[in-house]
Design a protein around this ligand. Structure first.
Ligand code: CU
Length: 283
C-alpha cells in the first residue's frame, strides 16, 4: 500500500508560515544586520569598528563553509540515495591518502586563517602603548564598583542597587563618567572574588582578578549613556552588580569631577579596602 503524500494545502501553509517567520525576523532586526546583530555600532568607541568587522568576517566565513558542507551533504544524499531494485553496495573507499590529506589540511588552513585574524584584532584592541589622556582605576567588589579618577584625585564608591522593578531605581546605579574623544586607560582590579568588567556597547570585557591588574585603553567616540555589568558569576547578588557609563563632553566630565571633590570624595580608594590581602601577588 502506498503512503499518502501530504495534502497540497499543508505544504502550502508550511511554506507561507516559514516565509512569514523569515520576514518578521529579518524586518525586526534589519537595522542591525550591518553590525552582525551586536549591541553596538562602529562609532561607539575607536575599537568597535574593527571588532564588528572581525565578528562579521568570522561568521560570514563560517556560514560560507556551512553552506558548502550542507550543500555537499544534501547533494550526496539525493544523488546517491538507494533506489528501487538497486541492491549492490557502492564502491567502498578506504585508506585513500589524497582524500585523507585533504580532510586534514583544509581544516588546519581554516583554523590558521581564523587564528591570524583573531590574533591581529586582539593585539590591536588590547594595545596600551599610547599615552592615555586619563586613567580610571576600577575595583569590582561584591556587588558593586569603585571608580578612582586618578588624574583628578577623586573617587566614587558604588553601592548595590536593588532592582525592584520600580521606576527610577535604575537612575541610582553607580555611574562611570568618561569624556568623549579622550583616550582612557582602565586599570581593572578586584577587592574580593573574581568579577568581570563589561560594557556591552563597547564590545569589550575584561576579568577582574584579585591580586592582578588588567589594563586596556579605549576612546569613547559617541556621547550617551551605556549599561555596564559584571560578567562573572560572583555570588548572591551578581545579577544586580550593574553600573552606567555616561560618555559626556570634556567640560561636563570635569564638572562631574568637581562635584565629586565638593562632595568630599577626594583621594583614591586603594588596595587597603580589599577584603583579602592581595599585596605582592601582582603589580
Ligand atoms: Cu561580580
Amino acid at each position: 500500500m502506498r503512503n499518502p503524500s501530504p495534502p497540497k494545502n499543508a505544504r502550502l501553509w508550511g511554506t507561507a508560515a516559514l516565509a512569514a517567520l523569515l520576514t518578521a525576523g529579518l524586518s525586526g532586526c534589519s537595522t542591525d544586520v550591518s553590525t552582525g546583530f551586536l549591541p553596538s555600532d562602529a562609532g561607539v568607541t575607536n575599537k568597535t569598528g574593527e571588532l564588528i568587522a572581525f565578528w562579521n568576517g568570522s561568521w560570514i566565513a563560517a556560514l560560507a563553509v556551512g553552506v558548502l558542507v550542507w550543500g555537499l551533504m544534501i547533494w550526496a544524499l539525493i544523488v546517491y540515495r538507494k533506489r528501487k531494485d538497486d541492491n549492490e553496495l557502492p564502491v567502498q573507499l578506504q585508506y585513500h591518502v589524497p582524500l585523507e590529506l585533504m580532510y586534514t589540511v583544509i581544516p588546519i588552513v581554516m583554523v590558521g586563517v581564523l587564528f591570524v585574524f583573531s590574533q591581529r584584532t586582539i593585539e590591536s584592541v588590547q594595545a596600551v602603548e599610547e599615552e592615555p589622556d586619563l586613567t580610571v582605576e576600577v575595583y569590582g567588589k561584591q556587588w558593586s564598583w569603585d571608580f578612582n579618577y586618578l588624574d583628578y584625585d577623586v573617587h566614587y564608591s558604588g553601592e548595590r542597587v536593588q532592582l525592584t522593578g520600580e521606576e527610577g531605581v535604575a537612575d541610582e546605579l553607580p555611574t562611570l563618567y568618561l569624556p568623549v574623544d579622550q583616550n582612557v586607560q582602565f586599570e581593572i582590579k578586584s577587592r574580593d572574588v573574581q568579577h568581570s568588567f563589561w560594557i556591552p556597547a563597547f564590545l569589550y570585557k575584561t576579568d577582574m582578578i584579585p591580586g592582578r591588574t588588567n589594563s586596556f585603553q579605549v576612546v569613547p567616540t559617541k556621547e550617551g549613556v551605556y549599561m555596564g555589568k559584571c560578567a562573572e558569576m560572583c555570588g548572591e547578588f551578581h545579577s544586580e552588580m550593574l553600573f552606567r557609563v555616561a560618555v559626556v563632553p570634556l567640560e561636563e566630565f570635569e564638572a562631574e569631577m568637581e562635584a565629586l571633590r565638593q562632595a568630599g570624595n577626594v583621594g583614591r580608594l586603594g588596595d587597603e579596602l580589599n577584603r583579602y590581602d592581595t599585596e605582592g601577588a601582582n603589580s
